[in-house]
Ligand binder design. Structure first.
Ligand SMILES: *Cc1c(COP(=O)(O)O)cnc(C)c1O
Length: 413
């Protein structure tokens, strides 16, 4: 096998999603072969010991590295603009392995107060058990963020835009704050993908993804990946990823390589569909509030064209009414699927108060701004007219039920 120089920086992202980091197969197979193997044989003991000593490049055992996984790492690294990447079993595997690689007892980590639920649990419950100090801060407030930094702050972690209100954080500004204290900035870029946002350009040191979402895009894999400098990625691979063991399976890497090829066209369709669905939702009398970074009056617009190159395809909205109104709307849908996750071909809808955020107490939910009527939709790749028609008939079902309730109230007084 020979490796072509397939990380040409002048390539456009759409080309990198197809050709970046590509290794030429010895038979000329167009598609990267799936090395579905746990281990790799050595020709002799000399070769085995040379590989273990790092004197000879080559594979040893799939938890330490696998050619199919390497291919994916090279491709995603090229997309995010970093020299290296480490693939993980899940998005949370990427978060935990990359955080633990740089933290020790007594260190401090500053975290955005709005992040993915399991990342929140990892920081607030598990890390504190190991003597790591954690503070959560509203990173859209830069003064607060700067004053929350300490001398022992090693990492700053954020997501933008962030669930559920799609709040946007100025990554370049937070990077500056982190770097003045010598801390690394880690950005979870799952919602945007490298096609809509490349946090490296804003100064992020590590960028990670739940590849379960847009990168794979087909809903058939749970996976994660983190990109960074050669040195940082090597540290993650050789310590926490290897020793805690949340490494990616070759089959998952192979599926993501397949999914990645269409990332550019998928994101284009996701984004144009989302704009139309958001505009439709905003006009609905039953919709009280809507959160979508694509609207002209959304604070994200200040970062559009610099930090962000699109609004993504996740929309959140609140209804007039109560918990039952939200449930009725979801239960009336016929095409749109009730499921958590995002970034799939299928349009997915979920109800945070009774699903992703149900373990929170009602008070904690209220504090996080998650009302009983809040709904999150991940706009998929279907014909947008069909998505909107499905919402239309579900809104009609809610309105009819409201009218009936009102009539009953009038009747019974
Ligand atoms: C889903 C998700 C994760 C966790 O990823 P898994 O692949 O489910 O482990 C982390 N961050 C964000 C923003 C996510 O949406």
């Amino acid at each position: 096998m020979r490796t072509k120089d397939n990380n040409k920086p002048q390539w456009q992202p759409a080309t990198i999603t197809i050709h970046g980091g590509k290794t030429r197969d010895e038979h000329g197979a167009l598609v990267a072969p799936l090395y579905q193997t746990a281990t790799f044989s050595f020709e002799n003991t000399a070769q085995g010991s040379a590989r273990f000593a790092g004197e000879e490049a080559g594979y040893i055992y799939s938890r330490l590295g696998n050619p199919t996984v390497t291919e994916l790492e090279q491709r995603v690294a090229a997309l995010e603009g970093y020299p290296a990447a480490a693939a993980a079993a899940t998005g949370m595997g990427a978060v935990s392995a990359s955080m633990m690689a740089f933290l020790a007892h007594g260190d401090h980590v500053l975290v955005s107060d709005a992040i993915y639920g399991c990342s929140f649990a990892l920081f607030s419950h598990l890390f504190t058990r190991f003597g790591i100090q954690v503070d959560f801060v509203d990173m859209s407030d830069l003064e607060k963020t700067a004053s929350a930094m300490r001398d022992n702050t090693k990492l700053v972690f954020l997501e933008s835009p962030v669930n559920p209100h799609l709040k946007v954080i100025d990554i370049a500004a937070v990077a500056k704050i982190a770097h003045t204290k010598g801390a690394r900035l880690v950005v979870d870029n799952t919602f945007m993908t490298p096609l809509l946002q490349q946090p490296k350009l804003q100064g992020a040191d590590l960028v990670l993804h739940s590849a379960t979402k847009y990168l794979n895009g087909h809903g058939d894999v749970v996976a994660g990946i983190v990109c960074g400098s050669q040195e940082d990625i090597e540290l993650i691979k050789l310590t926490t990823l290897k020793d805690m063991g949340a490494t990616m399976s070759p089959h998952d890497a192979w599926l993501i390589l397949r999914g990645l090829k269409t990332l550019d066209v998928r994101m284009e369709r996701h984004c144009t569909n989302a704009v139309q669905v958001a505009e439709y939702l905003r006009e609905q009398p039953l919709v009280k509030t809507i959160f979508f970074p694509g609207f002209a009056d959304h604070p994200a617009q200040q970062l559009m064209g610099t930090q962000m190159h699109g609004a993504g395809a996740v929309i959140a909205f609140e209804l007039h009414g109560d918990l039952n109104t939200a449930r009725l709307l979801l239960d009336s849908l016929q095409l749109i699927t009730i499921a958590v996750s995002l970034g799939d071909a299928e349009t997915l809808i979920q109800h945070p108060a009774s699903m992703t955020h149900s373990p929170y107490s009602p008070e904690a939910r209220a504090a996080a701004g998650i009302s009983d009527t809040l709904i999150r939709i991940s706009v998929g790749l279907e014909a947008v007219s069909d998505i909107i028609a499905d919402l239309e008939q579900a809104f009609a079902a809610c309105t009819n039920s409201n009218t009936q309730n009102n009539e009953e109230q009038v009747k019974y007084g």
